[in-house]
Design a binder for this molecule. Structure first.
Ligand code: OGA
Ligand code: MN
Length: 217
């Protein structure tokens, strides 16, 4: 049985950080059991070759571009969620409610996938919004690397909001180690970030809270 409910205690402080700084980095926010179950599943599905090369852009502009990003992803399907996926989504639901209480974002639903960056994998500096998919408001990344060591690389480099679009300002970056149980939450349209090259398989659950899609008439 997967115990959940731990994130709930910190959902308000994560939401407050997000409202103030545009980003929250929190360690050990979930029960070790849940992180362990997600990790085991992510690795099993990797061994079963269930991941596909990630794409950049959407719709007509969808394309592979391994010089930009070289992770592989396994989308979570709402119709067939596993127990740990269901448990994590329940935690994220608490976070969604807290964020909506603290901000005016009006988050509606979450979509996400397992991601794996194999050795040499990286993702160049970017924002999590594509020109024709502006309904991604808040990005969430939960790391699943229980044996991560500094020499494995793959840190998440974040440009703090103060750096703005001037990304020469390296002093305004923070690097997050992709250690199991660390949850990073940030505003998708504001926070530039990059995945530094990895030297070992690097697993995570990446996802986005979205607003209700608007129909363009
Ligand atoms: C992404 C991304 C960062 C990470 O999937 O868009 O930026 O640390 N991931 O995995
Ligand atoms: Mn990203």
């Amino acid at each position: 049985m997967i115990s959940n409910g731990q994130l709930l205690h910190r959902a308000d402080s994560i939401a407050a950080d997000l409202a103030r700084d545009g980003i929250s980095v929190a360690t050990d926010v979930l029960s070790p059991n849940l992180v362990f179950s997600l990790t085991a599943e992510a690795r099993t599905q990797w061994e079963q070759d269930q991941y596909r090369l990630a794409q950049i852009g959407t719709g007509d502009t969808k394309q592979h571009a391994t010089e930009v990003r070289s992770d592989r992803v396994r989308w979570w399907d709402d119709a067939e969620l596993s127990d740990p996926q269901r448990a994590y989504k329940a935690e994220l639901e608490q976070l969604r409610v807290a964020i909506n209480r603290t901000t005016m974002l009006g988050l509606f639903e979450w979509e996400g996938h397992y991601a794996c960056y194999p050795p040499g994998g990286h993702y160049r500096r970017h924002l999590d919004v594509f020109a024709n998919a502006r309904d991604r408001q808040v990005s969430t990344i939960l790391y699943l690397n229980d044996d991560w060591r500094p020499r494995d690389g793959g840190e998440l480099r974040i440009w703090t909001q103060a750096a703005g679009p001037d990304w020469a300002l390296d002093s305004l970056t923070i690097d997050v180690e992709p250690r199991a149980g660390t949850l990073v939450v940030f505003l998708s349209e504001d926070i530039y970030h990059e995945v530094l090259p990895t030297r070992a398989d690097r697993f995570s659950v990446s996802g986005w809270f979205r607003t209700r899609p608007t129909t363009v008439l």
